[in-house]
Design a protein around this ligand. Sequence first.
Ligand SMILES: Nc1ncnc2c1ncn2[C@@H]1O[C@H](COP(=O)(O)OP(=O)(O)O)[C@@H](O)[C@H]1O
Ligand SMILES: [Mg+2]
Length: 266
Amino acid sequence: MNAPTPEKIIEVRNLVKRYGDAVVHDGLNLDVYRGEVLSIVGGSGTGKTVLLRQIVGLERPTSGTIKVFGETPATLRPAQLQALRNRWGLQFQRGALFSALSVIDNIALPMRELRALPDNLICQAALLKLQLVGLSARDADKMPSDLSGGMIKRVALARALSLEPELVFLDEPTAGLDPMASDDYVALIRELRTELGLTVVMITHDLDTLVALSDRVAVLADHKVLAAAPIAEVIKVDHPFIHEYFLGERAQRAMQALAVPPHGEA
Ligand SMILES: Nc1ncnc2c1ncn2[C@@H]1O[C@H](COP(=O)(O)OP(=O)(O)O)[C@@H](O)[C@H]1O
Ligand SMILES: [Mg+2]
């Protein structure tokens, strides 16, 4: 039996992004398929965040095209762009939570903005999301300043999931977490991905996170996606960044984990 061809839900073609004379992307191509976890790696300042910001329509490409679910964010009117944005969740590195809002109000915010449900239902839905990310109703009224780093990431994730998206974007989701909190977060993403059938596009520096979660890895270097493939193939590409990132001593240790199937039934 032939496996069905996976549906392409993001398509980036010949993307060029410049700020004045500074070239960030120059002829970048990338595809993302439904149901996969695609990780984006690259040196600091190579344009990983700028790529995500263009995909979600927060910034316009200088030239080239980006399609998400068949739509082109850069050409949509605000109402259409908002409807498209409701199909994905974002957890960006900065601007994690609103410090003046409680945990539950942070999670409820996207639903309140949509005004599609009465508030008592929104509160119930937000509580369910809170539990989905491994927190309890006791945490609902806490303020962000009362939370640990790991809890903040979980609440931000719950908020990203509040509109039940098919697709989530995570920008350095484990940055700043200690190794244990980071492992817990990785386990959570793996679980949710299976339970909710999510497509995940994730930027990460962290090799353990990368190895544990990725179906494919896209390597950003020289203003392009140098390779987008399973890790085992990516490491064969002859490029200084790939050598340094995947084949260093620390990297080799993380890669040992590859010997254990990363999606094994745990
Ligand atoms: N709004 C902006 N104006 C000018 N330059 C920017 C802007 N946003 C990002 N850049 C530059 O684009 C490059 C890529 O940034 P970024 O995508 O944040 O890198 P990273 O790969 O570390 O996420 C950096 O050199 C950054 O300084
Ligand atoms: Mg970044």
